[in-house]
Design a protein around this ligand. Structure first.
Ligand code: MSP
Length: 579
């Protein structure tokens, strides 16, 4: 299975190129960021962090940014009575801040209002034009401002009472538009796009490949790629024709090129992107228009589109009118940003919508980060058991005896032995929920081992061999914590860092290859990381505070600490079946 995945990545040229370029969609600045936006960015960031951890020789480049042109933004700024440029600056800055606080680590944050981007768009346009892929035509059709797209009759629903038509897919209203536009000969790329879509592992999860193939089973119509400047003035002018501005989706898609320096030759060092993360609502633009535009310009389309589904809130679509939009800054006050990041990646699966609920977030974070991970660290570092505050080295004799005589020790060893391969294979497919599952299973095994070996019955400092056994138990437990910390770095980078800091794991020993250094793999030689070491006294052993139960009357009340228990995740429902 793993071999097949590695083969398919090779097929896409991902490993052959020393650059691994990953993108998020660029975010509309018509409103503040919500957890859905953060989700796109967190997926891409966790993917990149894993790539760096696993393939340190690669240059991993993450780009994100903001999409700032078009009617939608024009209207939002005027609604707020703010000059449009200032409005864009403000919201774009909010995205930067949210991403920074969520430890999203992009190499570039691009804005479509930047000069470097405008130059790239003008160049791209000229390339399409001189290659004969753009022509001028009278155009009429239904335009949806919210989705910034023309729609055909079959994509609409008519509300008889008001006479208004709405997009079937997004539910947003459309307006009738007649204008002279430039058109792109999309129809000529039907076969080439189909060929690109069908390549192995091109579109993931596979259900989205099927959706694209359905669209491609009908003839593709040519698409409008400009709007009259007098209607859409907040946009990039069409080169050599001031009466028209570039269609916002063409403008937006080119950001992926501008970020790597297109049209200067340097861009080819990163091109094409290895993976582009997008939400399901923008599949048509990235899975049909984008490869067609690139092929028309003589450029390679991306290696993979990774498509995620959406977050609903208590079962409902998030929308301003329903007042149920979840602000990540607000949510982080309850859960911390690391908690929110963990919840999104732990609970979200790409192939189907996820439901965001406070109760669920609280249950998962308390059970997994506080009780299973945090509690085990506190116990292993407790002064009563570990007065010297050390990460001890195990005694080979006691280790062998524990592995022989205690089932729970053997189960912990088995679990740690599988950790590296299992987590790698889940990370290769962006199945972060399965990585978290696997790490939690190892930590549950470690909790069980700790309970079963009863270290509190062995008096610290006793001369009769108890001390060596006690240290061996702590060393094995700390090995489990250390290995879990290593694999969880891409998902919860700050918490994992604190855990590894507390255990005094040097930065150079946090790489993927260090998963092979533990009592589990080397029970007979020098186990763990060898020498006993002092724990870091500056870092608290309290990793993740249980989330407080909010009560209406008395304000905030702490829940009673729970013993670590396996949370009953709805595994069957959440298993990735489609990739
Ligand atoms: N500006 C375009 C993208 C241009 S890329 C060349 C756009 N912006 S957006 O701000 O509306 O959406 C950005 C991302 O957020 C998309 O991937 C979208 O799917 C994602 N999400 C928006 N709402 C979401 C949820 N409710 N849940 C999960 N992701 C969601 O589209």
């Amino acid at each position: 299975m793993l071999l097949r995945r590695i083969k398919c990545l090779r097929y896409l040229g991902i490993r052959c190129n020393s650059s691994h370029y990953v993108t998020t969609p660029i975010f509309y600045v018509n409103a503040a960021p919500h957890i859905g936006h953060l989700y796109s960015a967190v997926i891409a960031d966790a993917h990149c962090r894993y790539q760096r951890l696993r393939y340190p020789e690669q240059h991993v480049r993450l780009c994100t940014g903001t999409d700032e042109h078009g009617t939608k933004i024009q209207q939002a700024a005027s609604l707020h009575g703010i000059p449009v440029a200032k409005y864009c600056d403000d919201i774009s800055q909010r995205y930067r801040e949210v991403f920074r606080s969520a430890s999203i680590q992009p190499e570039d944050f691009i804005r479509t209002t930047e000069d470097r981007h405008k130059r790239a768009v003008a160049n791209f346009w000229r390339t399409l034009y001189t290659r004969g892929h753009i022509y001028s035509a009278a155009y009429s059709g239904w335009y949806c401002v919210s989705d910034e797209t023309f729609l055909t009759d079959s994509q609409l629903r008519l509300d008889e009472a008001s006479g208004t038509r709405y997009s079937l897919e997004s539910g947003h209203p459309v307006e009738w538009t007649e204008e002279t536009n430039y058109m792109f000969r999309l129809s000529q790329f039907q076969d080439d796009v189909g060929h690109w879509v069908k390549a192995e592992a091109r579109i993931r999860p596979a259900k989205f490949e099927k959706i694209l193939l359905d669209t491609l089973s009908e003839p593709l119509p040519d698409v409008s790629v400009s709007r009259p400047s007098n209607r859409v003035h907040w946009a990039i002018p069409v080169p050599d024709d001031e009466s028209q501005t570039v269609y916002v989706w063409l403008d937006a898609l080119v950001n992926y090129l501008s970020s790597v320096g297109y049209p200067e030759e340097q861009f080819s060092a990163h091109w094409p992107p290895a993976q582009q993360v997008i939400g399901k609502d923008i599949l048509k633009f990235h899975g049909i228009y984008w490869p067609a535009f690139l092929l028309a310009a003589g450029l390679k389309p991306p290696g993979q589109l990774y498509v995620h589904s959406h977050w609903t809130v208590d079962g409902q679509k998030m929308s301003k009118s329903k007042h149920n939009v979840v602000d990540p800054v607000q949510a982080a006050r309850q859960y911390t940003m690391e908690g929110l990041r963990y919840f999104l990646l732990r609970e979200g699966v790409a192939h189907s919508d996820g439901n965001y609920s406070h109760v669920k977030a609280q249950r998962i974070l308390n059970s997994e980060l506080a009780d299973t991970l945090g509690n085990l660290l506190s116990r292993a570092c407790a002064k009563s058991l570990n007065p010297g505050q050390i990460y001890p080295s195990a005694s080979a004799e006691h280790l062998a005896d524990l592995l022989r005589s205690l089932d729970a020790a053997k189960r912990l060893q088995d679990s740690l032995l599988q950790l590296s391969e299992r987590c790698a294979s889940h990370y290769e497919c962006n199945h972060f929920h399965l990585v978290a599952d696997t790490a939690m299973a190892a930590l549950h095994a470690a909790n069980n081992f700790f309970e079963s070996s009863k270290p509190w019955t062995l008096k610290a400092g006793a001369p009769d061999g108890n001390q060596a056994r006690l240290e061996t138990i702590i060393a094995m437990t700390m090995d489990a914590l250390r290995l879990s910390g290593i694999v969880l770095q891409p998902i919860i980078p700050q918490l994992a860092n604190r855990l590894l800091d507390k255990l005094s794991v040097p930065a150079a020993q946090r790489g993927w290859n260090y998963l092979a250094e533990s009592f589990a793999t080397k029970p007979n030689s020098s186990p763990g990381l060898g020498e006993s070491r002092q724990l870091d006294g500056q870092t608290s052993a309290l990793l993740f505070q249980r989330i407080l139960e909010e009560t209406a009357v008395t304000g905030v009340k702490e829940q009673k600490p729970q013993p670590a228990k396996r949370s009953k995740s709805k595994k069957k429902e959440r298993r990735e079946t489609t990739s």
